[in-house]
Design a protein around this ligand. Structure first.
Ligand SMILES: Nc1ncnc2c1ncn2[C@@H]1O[C@H](COP(=O)(O)OP(=O)(O)OP(=O)(O)O)[C@@H](O)[C@H]1O
Ligand SMILES: [Mg+2]
Length: 350
């Protein structure tokens, strides 16, 4: 890291063991999952889920204290509250009560793949509810020194300008801001000049409104994000090497690739691990390796956002970081496929 650290970080290379990370996660969800265990035994699992929850859970697994800032309401919210307390594990919840019930979904994994049976999402918040969440998040972001910004669900439920304002206000208070948003929320957040944008190749294709299926197109897309306001950029592609743009260098971040697992929440787990490591004073390079390992560890589990710290740290030793090729194949080999927009599609989707 070349720039000075925000409150809560250290620049002398000694990890800060008391790292705190604020997470803007408007819509934590109640999830109900049907499973078959041991061939025949039915089981029903109740968890807190969704992007901010998976970020928070992995950040806590890596030893940081997450401060989850979001909305909570209704019957589903009452059930969700104790589950969220469990997720933040020593961190904090800053939950704004809403008249609308928290979102909930039911999935069936008894066949081995994931089938969505039912989903009910929240209504948009009132102006007062949103103002309260915005102010709570800003004050927590500045107190923690680190902020991760995640999407709402439904995606269009908040006014677009809020993302850029949140990033700008948090940064003005000395906070490092990490963004995992898709367009058009991403475009708004860029106006606040976030420290890091992490998106996947599909989201990059949406942002540039064109294909990103070659190493050159991915580089150009990452450069466009940088020119648009992102200080550093990571573009992930599941088990394929991710593209990193940091301090003018393009690098290839390669996890140990796994074929059998669940890809939902891998990016969110990556954000959680990366932010926790960066916030406790690891170098950017080590933080992104731990991030890649956090995503890989999540793929190996059904728990979504959960993994043991030992597994993540061991997998991180297998993660490599090397120069991104200016031309040719960045590493996908025969597995690379293209969707209609030209983005590289991936195996292992659930
Ligand atoms: N099959 C896999 N094998 C190894 N590592 C994986 C695999 N899938 C994901 N990862 C790790 O997780 C990171 C993020 O994955 P991915 O590109 O799927 O994120 P994402 O699409 O943002 O996910 P989501 O939005 O569902 O959380 C990858 O860069 C990689 O380090
Ligand atoms: Mg993602």
């Amino acid at each position: 890291m070349s720039s000075p650290g925000p409150p809560g970080s250290v620049d002398d290379g000694h990890p800060d063991t008391d790292a705190r990370v604020a997470i803007f996660g408007p819509n934590p969800l109640l999830t109900v999952t049907l499973e078959i265990e041991g061939g025949e035994r039915q089981s029903i699992h109740f968890h807190a889920g969704g992007q901010p929850v998976w970020v928070a859970r992995m950040a806590a697994c890596l030893g940081a204290r997450p401060v989850l800032c979001g909305f909570l309401g209704g019957e589903s919210g009452e059930l969700l509250m104790p589950l969220l307390e469990h997720v933040v594990d020593g961190g904090e919840l800053r939950l704004v009560p809403t008249t609308s019930a928290s979102g909930c979904y039911v999935t069936d994994r008894r066949s081995g793949s994931r089938e969505l049976l039912a989903m009910k999402l929240s209504d948009p918040p009132s102006r007062h509810e949103l103002d309260e969440l915005f102010s709570q998040t800003c004050s927590q972001a500045i107190a923690c020194g680190w902020l991760v910004v995640t999407n709402p669900l439904p995606a269009q439920s908040l006014p677009l300008e809020i993302y850029g304002e949140l990033v700008a206000d948090a940064r003005a208070g000395g906070c490092r801001t990490l963004v995992d948003l898709s367009s058009p929320r991403l475009d708004s957040a860029l106006q606040g000049e976030p420290d890091l944008v992490k998106i996947n190749d599909w989201e990059l294709a949406e942002y540039v409104r064109g294909p990103v299926s070659t190493p050159q197109l991915m580089r150009a897309g990452a450069q466009r994000l940088h020119d648009g306001g992102a200080r550093s950029v990571i573009v992930t592609r599941g088990e394929l090497p991710a593209l990193v743009l940091h301090e003018g260098q393009f690098t290839k971040l390669s996890p140990p690739p796994f074929e059998r697992g669940f890809r939902e929440g891998c990016g969110d787990s990556m954000m959680g691990a990366l932010t926790a490591a960066w916030a406790r004073g690891e170098s950017f390079e080590q933080a992104i390796k731990l991030g890649a390992a956090g995503g890989a560890a999540n793929f190996l589990r059904r728990g979504l956002g959960g993994a043991s710290r030992e597994v993540v740290e061991e997998l991180a030793e297998q993660v490599t970081l090397e120069a991104w090729p200016a031309t040719g194949d960045p590493g996908e080999g025969a597995a690379g496929r293209t969707d209609p927009s030209g983005a590289v599609a991936r195996r292992g989707s659930s």
